[in-house]
Ligand binder design. Structure first.
Ligand code: TYD
Length: 139
């Protein structure tokens, strides 16, 4: 059986009149109750972000302006997606290492998260992440 892709896209409802409106609803495109929303603007040029995973947190990432590349990694394979469509998001499940690269100037990232900010939920060292996923895989 083919391995399931790490890239889980969501497509928002769009309404076009004299603007493009994108609508996200919990239970439709967002697969968890939203407890936190954050966004990022004014990214330093040529500076990748992310480089961590979360033990429990789930998130949906959107690039509502500009363009960026996202890498998702489950410890065994890496997949890449370019985000440049405000109506398209990527679901980030727990224990998926992620990196954002090639973030264009003026890019705006919008993120819906399943929980409030908990620093203890982060794993910021790839070797620690890899050890944990390897351990789980051998159980
Ligand atoms: P981080 O999640 O590491 O950002 P990125 O994945 O884009 O590199 O967060 C950067 C810093 O901001 C880090 O010190 C934690 C802090 N932070 C908060 O205090 N609250 C939050 O909700 C988030 C997302 C980050």
């Amino acid at each position: 059986m083919a391995k399931k892709s790490l890239i889980e896209k969501v497509k928002l409802q769009t309404i076009s009149d004299d603007c493009l409106m994108c609508v996200a609803e919990v239970g439709k495109q967002i697969p968890f109750p939203i407890k936190r929303v954050y966004y990022m603007v004014d990214s330093a040029p040529n500076l990748p972000r992310g480089y961590h995973t979360h033990k429990e947190l789930q998130q949906v990432f959107f690039c509502i302006r500009g363009k960026m590349k996202m890498i998702l990694d489950d410890g065994f394979s890496r997949e890449e997606i370019t985000l440049d469509d405000p109506s398209e998001g990527v679901v980030l499940r727990p224990m998926i290492w992620h990196e954002m690269h090639d973030i264009d100037k003026d890019t705006i990232m919008l993120i819906f998260a399943s929980d409030k900010y908990v620093e203890d939920d982060y794993i910021r060292e790839y070797a620690t992440f890899k050890r944990l996923v390897d351990k789980k895989a051998t159980k």
